[in-house]
Design a protein around this ligand. Structure first.
Ligand code: FAD
Ligand code: NAD
Length: 468
């Protein structure tokens, strides 16, 4: 194998592999180094893809269980085959890994298996799994080493009973009970997966709402919906400790009334955020700095303190999202190529794949208030949508925030069916700095969920809804 490259990417998650493909498209001799035996990083192996596979399977079961009878479909003996559910998920992951191998081959990108460590700013040493060490030189390096789950004081993750999302995605039995520490994105997605198949799930969240980083009304609505599905949601609760008792876990917490309480569950899933991963990368041998949160510091071109070393994705500042990492992968390859790419970080959408889904772009109402900005609100419930009624999907709403003077869209927040896909039109609208009025002058197919967006734009613009 060659050991002299134009660009070497370290890490094969959505940041790394996309950077490698774009670099190769631009004509650079490129290699990607990955310490695992398969490509894809967190997203493909233990994140986005397996979680969505399980969310889809369990949602089918839940729909069959709760709605089929009303649709006039009777199924006898409906039951979960947990082994098959996990097997299908593994198959989906493998299909994606095969797709990545194909992409590397198609773009003539060398895959180097092993853990990379900087020797100096133009050389890395790769510790291969068979013990061999390989020296690789490159003009440029792109660090895309991602993140790992973090925990809180008093809780040691043992991966047996006190687990992270990685273990929760490959349990071999359906537990009776599960506590989830953290009601953020991972917390509510995992709660959905397990509550739908009959697990008694308790979410213990420190903040006063679920998904607290998004517009507060979304968290409130999601709490109502998940509670209907049997998830117990305890807000303003402070977890102190968790102890593996062998076949269960005892969690100690202070509740919202200052009571000290013990909770015994089969599994305790810790979902309190993730931390950047730079262990063993040999950063001490180069001039790359970390910030106070352990993230690699970069400038506006995503360049580190070393002129030929860039960093992208979860290992740097910004939202820990696969599509943010992908954008940055393309961005750095184009920067190295002398182009002037641009990423509008304010317009990176956030999506939560519960059902109904939650999706947001732009400012939340809380952020606008904090900035003392005036705004108008257009809110339309899915309960008033003909399409939603036909599908028995009437939970949730669309909320549009726009500028009171010119109507420019400031934020769009959706909790409802297919919100993850619906948000794309709001992102396009905001990218082109359209107004709420612009958005009502285009045709929306009837009956569709997208009409709920039109109605919310109508209300925000002051014209008023047609169907409310
Ligand atoms: P990663 O995907 O973490 O990849 C980093 C890679 O670098 C890893 O393969 C690692 O082995 C490798 N590596 C590290 N150090 C070295 C080294 N020294 N040498 C060689 N290789 C190394 N985001 C979304 O946008 N949508 C979702 O639906 C979504 N769902 C998620 C669900 C879960 C359960 C989790 C945990 C995360 C989810 N995310 C989701 C977040 C998403 O997975 C991350 O934002 C994304 O994977 C970050 O990509 P990355 O390329 O920066 O790093
Ligand atoms: P998160 O930041 O979304 O949520 C962590 C939650 O834990 C917060 O609500 C926080 O208030 C709570 N928390 C913190 N300390 C606590 C304590 N001591 N007790 C109780 N609650 C506490 O992080 P996450 O859910 O772990 O997800 C990690 C990352 O993965 C996120 O940045 C997210 O972007 C990404 N991810 C994205 C998706 C998606 O895009 N659909 C899905 C899963 C994960």
């Amino acid at each position: 194998m060659e050991n002299n490259y134009d660009i070497v990417v370290i890490g094969s998650g959505p940041g790394g592999y996309v950077a490698a493909v774009r670099a190769a498209q631009l004509g650079y001799k490129t290699a990607i180094v990955e310490k695992y035996t398969v490509l894809g990083g967190t997203c493909t192996n233990v994140g986005c893809i397996p979680s969505k596979a399980l969310l889809d399977s369990t949602e089918h079961y839940h729909t069959a269980h709760t709605k089929f009878e009303s649709h006039g479909i009777n199924i006898e003996n409906l039951k979960i085959n947990f082994e098959q559910l996990m097997k299908r998920k593994a198959g989906v992951v493998n299909q994606n890994i095969s797709g990545l191998n194909y992409l590397m081959k198609k773009n003539k990108i060398d895959i180097i298996e092993g853990k990379a460590s900087f020797v100096n700013n133009s050389e890395i040493s790769v510790a291969k799994n068979d013990g061999e060490k390989l020296s690789v030189n490159s003009k440029y390096f792109i660090i895309a080493t991602g993140s790992k789950p973090s925990t809180i004081k008093g809780i040691a993750i043992d991966k047996e009973r006190i687990i992270t999302s990685t273990e929760a995605l490959k349990l071999t039995e359906i537990p009776n009970t599960m506590a989830i520490i953290g009601g953020g994105v991972i917390g509510v997605e995992m709660a959905s997966i397990y509550a739908r198949i009959g697990v008694k799930v308790t979410i213990l969240e420190y903040a006063d709402s679920l998904i607290p980083s998004m517009d507060k009304e979304l968290g409130k609505e999601l709490k109502k919906i998940l509670s209907k599905d049997g998830v117990e949601i305890l807000l303003k609760h402070k977890v102190q400790s968790a102890k593996n008792d062998g076949s269960s876990v005892t969690i100690n917490y202070i509740d919202d009334k200052d009571n000290n309480i013990d909770l015994n569950v089969d599994y305790c899933l810790v979902a309190v955020g993730r931390k950047p991963y730079t262990d063993g990368l040999g950063l001490e041998n180069i001039n790359v700095r970390l910030d106070d949160k352990g993230r690699i510091e970069t400038d506006s071109n995503l360049k580190t303190n070393e002129n030929n070393i860039y960093a992208i994705g979860d290992v740097i500042a910004g939202p820990m999202l696969a599509h943010k990492a992908e954008e940055e992968g393309v961005f750095v390859a184009e920067v190295i190529n002398g182009q002037k790419p641009h990423i509008d970080y304010k317009l990176i959408p956030s999506v939560v794949y519960t059902w109904p889904e939650v999706a947001s772009v732009g400012f939340s109402e809380e952020q606008l208030k904090k900035e003392n900005r005036t705004y108008r609100v257009g809110k339309f419930p899915f309960a008033a949508s003909g399409r939603a009624r036909a599908a028995m999907e009437s939970d949730g709403f669309v909320k549009v925030l726009s500028d009171p003077h010119y109507g420019e869209l400031l934020g769009v927040h959706v909790i409802g069916p297919r919100a993850a896909d619906l948000i794309a039109q709001a992102v396009i609208g905001m990218h082109y700095e359209t107004t709420d009025e612009d958005m009502i002058r285009i045709s929306y197919a009837h009956p569709t969920y997208s009409e709920a967006l039109k109605e919310a734009y109508l209300i925000a613009s002051g014209q008023g809804a047609i169907n409310l």
